[in-house]
Design a protein around this ligand. Sequence first.
Ligand SMILES: [Zn+2]
Length: 313
Amino acid sequence: MGAITLSNSLALGVDLGGTKILGLIVDQQGKIHGEQSLPTPIGSADFLLDALSTVVKKLTQQCAEEKLGTILGLGVGAPGPLNPKDGLIYTMPNLPGMENYPLAKELTQRTGLETRLENDANAALLGEVYFGAAKGHSDAVMLTLGTGVGGAVFAAGQMVHGDRGSAGELGHITVEWDSPRRCGCGRLGCLETVASGTAVSAILKESTLQGESGRDFLDLLVAKDPGANKILDRVVQGLSRACSCFINTLNPKSIVIGGGFGSALFEYLHRPLSEALKKQCFEIAYRDLQIHPAKLGNLAGAMGAASPFLSIA
Ligand SMILES: [Zn+2]
């Protein structure tokens, strides 16, 4: 019938991380056919573009040599702030020369592939929606608890970008008004100041408990330490205050919790968070809500960046 065999349609997904560039060849079932990585260069936009092009060229070469199929496009997940609509990086931390940089256009010129740019947190949620914990859900929200708190919103089957591309900054919802802590964004009492791994280790250091890292905190939870449980209550309170806002606003089918710290903490926060949300959310919005740990780990960003080219209309 001339129909395209699904396994022949491929896309390249690249996750531009702080230390590593990871590139994948992904098919429509989420199967990974190839992987390339390079350390993320520092110094200039040209070095970065060279490294990204090298990763992409190695992947396209592999596709051709092994006759894997047709590459439909290239998706790049990068740290914000950026605008996915026009493929523009507004600024990039530690990399001068990237102000208002047309990364998607530059990569298309170098590689010949249609290129889409996506914020890294959004790319991770796309990965989970197409291939992971929220597979098939048309309404899902992701929170990534790590050094900071990343967020992303997928609503009515689409990524929500907002006017300037900065939608989904859920880590900066204000959750503490009394004795608030200062956030990296300059404001007070953001979710990131209570629920990130960094915040929890700071709270731990200020307490009378033994320990100073997120890992120490998890060890104390395993030991059922009452002081650590009190800190967990504070994390859950912050998360429930933020989550109830967007659950009542968006009525998502699922909330996906990822990030190194979030994934390790999931088994401890799942039950108390569910109980708090049941009390705080509009009943219909909460009724069928699923709370899942992220499934794709470090591959989510690259897989998600590739996914827009693989979605079947
Ligand atoms: Zn903030």
